[in-house]
Design a protein around this ligand. Structure first.
Ligand SMILES: Nc1ncnc2c1ncn2[C@@H]1O[C@H](COP(=O)(O)OP(=O)(O)OP(=O)(O)O)[C@@H](O)[C@H]1O
Length: 636
């Protein structure tokens, strides 16, 4: 290496606690997959070259006469080292400290709290997190990073070194050329990697898709020494063209998968992908992937998104959020535009017609991938839905143009399957509708258990009518954008008067009217007694086993939504419930016979227990308990 190390301003710093934890876990859980360190370091080197190429659009002087970007992998069998070097953007001293000693991603703490100590589970989690640079320590007991930032003087280079135990040292040194060289001092048992053949094999497997040349020194057979010896000539060991520019037929599934790992920093294979060249009004290539697993920061609105933007093969930016709507933020991949200017900024992206065309086209593509999966591979779709269903639901509100397609992709829990798994599509529901049924019924609740035990379901269960059970946080919001599906309106069974007329025969209707008439005096008495606590009291047919329930008018916010608003600290209007009573329940007969002194207590009890069943918290639970005990004793 052509540097003279002047020990200037050397300091030793500690890793952030999470880095220490990550290093420890990684070494122990990823050991069976250790060759991935090379993929990660080559991937970082390639990113560094991409970044330089982008910065050089405005500042061509950064190239300093060396515009042939490339990555080199060398090994030294005597010193037992492997060095991965690039002539990319490089790191300044401050950047080295910030990027190679901390993890600057929000949610890192929460992520680490999920780790269990179980190697296999943790390996998955770490994979999701992205192992990156730190994977070097799986095979190395000392790592040196020598780097000079593009544009910085030769004397402003930096040498970062660590044994991965908790600290790293950093000093300012000299480096003749721009870029980064990462040198791994291999652990004693890792000598296998000190082989040109072995390293080439790993590079072809994991890094063939890298669009820059990955070079190694050519080796020749030396018959005198009876071994392969290195020459001084560099040769390129990968295909070195951008994978997405190749014809589909020239790319194997394995290559697609490896490329996915490079762009997504994911550890696992993707679930599906779509690769197309779009021509016409706007010209671009898209290679988009649906991951298998949700990243740990899927719910973080500021988390990085996954699609990289290239313009004519030049990397422009990571996570260009304009390229896909937010509800598809789980998608990873690359979009390469032939139309955008190279100096495109985030502001320009926002206004660009080309970007709009790309977004619309890419959204349609992803929806097609999902539709295809839903139709032809239900098991895979179920896996997708389990991970990303809640995010896709946001599309109902966010993407009016594709609402109908998204609606078909939705899956719900329902009384038919009687399980919390969301597997019922609206089309399934419609195909099972009873004769005379013209509505799609649903109920919302804080949890699956709350929804599936709702007293509102009683009559539906009795009549064998299917009801969708909704309990995801996003559901109430989604429902406000979903009035109907294929001409059938969606109706909450906990709102408004229940209109099951279409399903009741004449005798039943007549009987209901008679019952309502007979109970009029009781209803009036309850109204008077509960007064300002309820909006109305009425007799219902929706209950079978419960004596009472509460509902709200069809145009009012559901109690569940109100509670969510309150929990989020938002001002929520006060909505008085409508109390409905089940005339067939023995307790109602009991209330009817109560004397004036007890009647008020019974009325409150009917209301409070209905509120509880619905999931509300009572304002005065102590009085409820007292009242309950008093009335229990009376009937003993
Ligand atoms: N060869 C390199 N040249 C310049 N900067 C680098 C190089 N390698 C790493 N870095 C810097 O160090 C940072 C951390 O790298 P690391 O591999 O840990 O994470 P990452 O690539 O950002 O993402 P992930 O953790 O998902 O792999 C990078 O984001 C980059 O800024």
């Amino acid at each position: 290496m052509s540097q003279s190390e002047t020990a200037m301003a050397s300091e030793t710093l500690g890793f952030q606690a999470e880095v220490k934890q990550l290093l420890h876990l990684m070494i122990h859980s990823l050991y069976s997959n250790k060759e991935i360190f090379l993929r990660e370091l080559v991937s970082n080197a390639s990113d560094a070259c991409d970044k330089l190429r982008f910065e050089a659009i405005d500042k061509p002087e950064l190239m300093q006469g060396d515009a042939d970007l490339r990555i080199r992998v060398e090994y030294d069998a005597d010193k037992r080292t492997i060095t991965i070097s690039d002539n990319g953007i490089g790191l300044s001293r401050d950047e080295a400290i910030a990027n190679l000693g901390t993890i600057a991603r929000s949610g890192t703490k929460e992520f680490f709290s999920q780790l269990t100590g179980d190697k296999q589970k943790d390996a998955h989690l770490i994979g999701q997190f992205g192992v990156g640079f730190y994977s070097s320590f799986i095979v190395a007991d000392k790592v040196s990073v020598l780097s000079r930032r593009a544009g910085a003087d030769a004397t402003e280079a930096v040498l970062w070194e660590s044994d991965g135990q908790g600290e790293f040292s950093i000093m300012t040194v000299e480096k003749a050329d721009r870029g980064t060289a990462v040198t791994l001092h291999l652990r004693a048992e890792e000598d296998d990697f000190l082989s040109g053949w072995k390293l080439r094999e790993i590079l072809r497997r994991y890094s063939d898709h890298i669009s820059l040349p990955v070079q190694m020194l050519k080796e020749e057979w030396d018959s005198e020494a009876s071994k392969q010896v290195k020459t001084t000539e560099w040769e390129t060991v990968n295909q070195a063209n951008a994978l997405w520019t190749r014809a589909k037929s020239d790319v194997t599934d394995e290559q697609y998968k490896e490329f996915y790992k490079h762009v997504s920093h994911d550890f696992e294979d993707p679930l599906a992908w779509t690769h197309n060249r779009v021509e016409g009004r706007s010209e671009y290539t898209q290679l988009l992937y649906v991951p298998k697993r949700a990243p740990f920061d899927l719910w973080d609105r500021d988390a990085r998104r996954g699609v990289k933007l290239y313009v004519k093969r030049v990397f422009i930016m990571d996570d260009a959020e304009q390229l896909l709507p937010a509800y598809l933020r789980f998608v990873r991949g690359v979009i390469d535009s032939a139309d955008l200017p190279l100096n495109v900024s985030r502001e320009i992206l926002q206004e660009s017609r080309d970007v709009r065309a790309i977004r619309e086209g890419s959204t349609k593509r992803i929806l097609s991938v999902l539709e295809d999966m839903a139709e032809n591979n239900a098991e895979q779709y179920a896996e997708f839905w389990g991970q990303f269903g809640q995010v896709l639901k946001e599309g109902m509100g966010e993407d009016a143009a594709n609402k109908e397609r998204i609606a078909k992709l939705l899956r719900f829990a329902s009384t038919q399957a009687n399980s919390a798994t969301q597997s019922v599509s609206l089309a399934d529901y419609v195909s099972r509708m009873k004769e005379g049924q013209d509505k799609i019924y649903y109920v919302t609740g804080e949890s699956y258990a709350a929804a599936s035990n709702s007293p509102h379901l009683e009559i539906f269960r009795k009549k064998g009518l299917e009801v969708l059970l909704l309990s995801d946080r996003v559901d109430e919001w989604m429902l406000s954008f979903m009035q109907d599906f294929e001409g059938k309106s969606l109706v909450s069974i906990a709102k408004g008067g229940l209109d099951l007329d279409a399903l009741a025969d004449e005798d039943e209707k007549k009987r209901q009217e008679e019952v309502a008439e007979n109970f009029k005096p009781l209803v009036e008495r309850l109204k008077a007694s509960l007064d300002d606590k309820v909006k109305d009291v009425r007799v219902t047919v929706r209950l079978v086993d419960s004596p009472s329930c509460v509902v709200v008018d069809a145009n009012e916010l559901s109690p569940h939504l109100l509670r969510m608003l309150q929990a989020a600290g938002q001002a929520a209007p006060e909505v008085k419930p409508i109390l409905e009573i089940n005339p067939e329940h023995p307790l109602i007969a009991r209330v009817q016979d109560a004397n004036d002194a007890d009647f008020a207590e019974w009325a409150l009890l009917l209301l409070d227990q209905a509120m509880l069943a619905e999931g509300a918290q009572l304002k005065d639970s102590a009085s409820f308990v007292k009242r309950l005990n008093k009335l229990l004793l009376q009937s003993a």
